[in-house]
Design a protein around this ligand. Structure first.
Ligand code: FES
Ligand code: FES
Length: 215
């Protein structure tokens, strides 16, 4: 039973002021009337002010990307990451989204020959530079030596990190950063593998580095 519903005790003088429930109703109503409109109108005013001025919040733009040797024209929001442009707009889903925060390397692609985390790269910033994804490594039926080495050494289990590992491995060897086991481990450390296939990944990268050293 609620306090307001209690039968009054004749020994207790009847309360003269408003009850607790009535008080809360009244003050709640007053606060609602007093606060809601200014807060709402303030947020709307801020949004109205920002939206037309900021291309990040509104509108789309036309861009052209050179991906795996082909020109691709896109109409996207300027804030679209290269990773999302590849996966969502171009259906190139070989590049994986892991953390989406630059911490796992699953999204690694080559831009102008250099490895980048595509989740941290805006697509508009990659215009005018050759972009290579895992789909562009093989030449027809002929796999890239790094892909062959990953197969040979079982450099994967679930395979989710593998495209990023392979792209990173290609760049790591090209940079000359895979000449020893320790060096390759260090320079591949931005690519995480939750399955723990690290010894096999290392073996694959080191084998390709050794092949290239021999010429
Ligand atoms: S998805 Fe880009 S670093 Fe993890
Ligand atoms: S093979 Fe599964 S995360 Fe690397």
């Amino acid at each position: 039973m609620q306090p307001d519903d209690q039968v009054p005790n004749p020994a207790t003088p009847a309360p003269t002021g408003p009850s607790r429930r009535t008080f809360l109703k009244q003050t709640g109503g007053l606060l609602g009337v007093a606060l809601a409109p200014p807060i709402a109108s303030q947020a709307e005013a801020i949004a109205d002010k920002m939206a037309p001025a900021s291309p990040i919040l509104s509108g789309q733009t036309n861009i052209s990307l050179n991906i795996n040797g082909q020109a691709k024209n896109l109409r996207i929001e300027p804030r679209t990451t290269l990773l999302d442009a590849l996966r969502e707009n171009l259906d190139l889903t070989g590049t994986k989204k892991g953390c989406d925060h630059g911490q796992c390397g699953a999204c690694t692609v080559l831009v102008d020959g250099k490895r980048v985390n595509s989740c941290l790269t805006l697509a508009v910033m990659a215009q005018g530079k050759p972009i290579t994804t895992i789909e562009g490594l093989a030449k027809g039926d002929e796999l890239h030596p790094m892909q062959e080495a990953f197969l040979k050494h079982d450099g994967f289990q679930c395979g989710y990190c593998t495209p990023g590992q392979i792209m990173s491995g290609v760049a790591c060897v090209k940079e000359g950063h895979a000449t020893t086991d320790d060096q390759a481990r260090e320079w591949m450390s931005g690519n995480l593998c939750r399955c723990g296939a690290y010894p096999n990944i290392l073996a694959a990268v080191r084998e390709v580095a050794a092949q290239q050293a021999k010429g």
